[in-house]
Design a protein. Structure first.
Lengths: 394, 394
């Protein structure tokens, strides 16, 4: 008998991402490909102090096994922050702490979906969510947007025609498009979803990173039946290396999540959780997030300004009010993977758009990240891409 | 449409563990129920120093996203330690760092098993492994042991009669029985398994906690076809709150594990990993493990001595050379859950044995933990259990 892997593992497509990443890893490459937070923003000294406090005051609790729902004071802090920022009405009992949002995606798909079930996603949608959901062997229906969120008629049609088990959306500064749903669209969306009673994952990794305009309420504020599971993370506002995220949802869902979490990894690191909570408790989270916003805003502006100046008018792109990404639409005859090859020769890189779709085609899109390069580098990199784009115009 | 959860979630049995734990949580209860390491052993001050070193020298790397395989220097340290302790022949490329061993159990079952596949387990086996595997909706065949490891004839029979996709064993100081497989049995086991080419999880959370006798080689040393996946953890030798474990296996398996890990949670906390590696690098792991062994050895002795003195001769039990647990066999007419109820009234608790079996029945076993109570408390608790046992003799 030969070794046989499970079906979902066999179905993981060989991606060329590894090969691309190797090419990009050259030292003089300007990369807009990743989505990494800027390392200079990590509050390393404050974290050292927070750790000292934790290991002095509660070493036994921070270093011992902990509850699978998470560390209560951190759950409480998360609920309070969400209530303030996106107008939810949560208590700690609505929160389960995960090893980053990625685990939340895997966990929630395992909670709601069997093999072959249908999941609704935005067109395009977050690549990492699609690959996580693939482990549960689900099928997808893509719902297009119009720049203000999902098109409601398309949503309703899909819900009518399919037995949908889960909907996945990113309503603030979506990855990859950078688009934010309007308040009205959120309300309309929940009106329809409440009618069909389908659980919704509202993934919100970038919500705090708003550089202008008003904070918009979470889908939960329009959710009359407790269908929305909010995913959040400290990766963009604190430090991704802590691997701290959360699921916030109605307590029945959270109790089920708890059962899964227990069997998946017992709990998220109590050490990381205690350090994070001590940091929130002893330092100024608001001030820190403000400095993150300030840096990323200027980088976004630098990138958009350079694109306005150098990109040919045949290429269009989003103007995100926050988050980390700009989404470009090339003329249909251009293939973003070909453009990427030419760009890599000029020592600049991005992510081609096609992996963000569950359907075939979609070859003329690309995603640009502006969070981890300085303004001058951004300008140089955009200029290089612009040259390639111009050379490929028909 | 009503909310429907996935089949594995619906299949999670309501356990009475929660109710038992609530009863046990009374302040004057002596609990031998858990399996917690002794908190007084956690090297809190050293961890604070290790964190300081990390956040001074490599804050960017420790707080940023990290590779899903884990932090290379830590992977290297794990491989070297295994090679020294259990005679493996691993390099860092054989190691993937997990969020504790529990995640390794979930990940490996997802790697090898589809719904309905057959997994061989020891009779009895580790409860946490069974509940993790249940998420993949597998079936079980239990293989009895004889105090020296799995009975080889039973193993061979099961492999002949079933299309087995995975075998799960704990060869050192098993949870729940405390039994260690002999060297000869390990060799015989691998001879059979190599013939059938079935992947094996050798879970070894307690291997370092040997209080007497010789360290025995890992199953991998007898594995000619690269079938063994070793699970290890820092939870018992360092601190469970870091949530650091690992899978060690042939590089083909590790590459597949990497694909799963990426989609499950991107990576184990780089912060925890860097702190652990800095601690290994700057402090004396061997000396620390020696102090852990010394404390647990005296507690094991205290428990066994008290059992020898107070328990009725009708009750038999294992004499583990290491680990955290003693396994008791009651006369068949006694039901361990009834005994537990009576014990809780006398303010002493243990875990009944039946959840460690995948078959029904098995009502006359119980597991005792000795790691987190001092010797005097252990003696008092055992005396109380002995009184209940005697009162229940026929």
């Amino acid at each position: 008998m030969a070794i046989r892997y499970s079906d979902p593992v066999n179905a993981i497509k060989h991606s060329d991402t590894g090969d691309i990443l190797k090419l990009i890893a050259q030292p003089d490459m300007i990369s807009f490909a990743g989505g990494l937070p800027a390392e200079e923003l990590f509050p390393a000294e404050e974290i050292a102090k927070a750790t000292e406090i934790v290991l002095k005051n509660t070493p036994g609790k921070a270093l011992q096994y902990g509850p699978s729902l998470g560390y209560d004071p951190l759950r409480e802090s998360i609920a309070k922050r969400m209530n303030r920022m996106v107008k939810t009405n949560y208590t700690k009992d609505n929160v389960l702490v995960t090893c980053g949002s990625q685990q939340g995606l895997d966990l929630l798909c395992r909670l709601f979906c069997n093999k072959g079930d249908t999941v609704l996603v935005e067109k395009p949608s977050y690549l990492g969510a699609i690959t996580a959901f693939n482990l549960s062997q689900v099928n997808y229906v893509e719902i297009p947007g119009d720049g203000k969120g999902m098109i409601i008629e398309e949503l309703e049609k899909a819900l009518k025609e399919n037995e949908v088990r889960l909907i996945y959306v990113v309503t603030d500064f979506q990855n990859p498009t950078g688009i934010t749903w309007t308040r009205e669209r959120r309300e309309q969306f929940m009106e329809v979803v409440d009618r069909y009673e389908v659980p919704v994952i509202e993934d919100n990794p970038y919500g705090e990173l708003r550089y202008e305009g008003e904070f918009l309420p979470s889908l939960t504020t329009f959710d009359k039946k407790g269908l929305v599971c909010s995913l959040g993370t400290f990766s963009k506002t604190f430090a991704p290396g802590m691997r701290l995220g959360w699921i916030a949802a109605n307590t029945t869902f959270i109790e089920k999540c708890d059962l899964l979490k227990q069997n998946m990894d017992l709990s998220t690191s109590p050490f990381s959780q205690h350090v994070c909570e001590a940091w929130l408790d002893n330092f100024d989270f608001d001030a820190h997030v403000t400095s993150v916003r300030d840096l990323y805003r200027s980088r976004r502006d630098a990138m958009l300004n350079a694109m306005d100046e150098f990109f040919p008018k045949e290429v269009t792109y989003t103007r995100p009010e926050g988050g980390l990404f700009i989404w470009c639409t090339l003329p249909e005859y251009m293939v973003s993977r070909d453009i990427l090859k030419q760009c890599i020769e000029k020592k600049v890189a991005f992510v081609p758009g096609d992996p963000f779709f569950t359907s075939e085609g979609n070859t003329n899109f690309l995603r640009l990240n502006y969070s981890c390069n300085d303004e001058e580098t951004i300008r140089t990199g955009i200029q290089r891409i612009a040259e390639v784009l111009k050379a490929n115009l028909k």
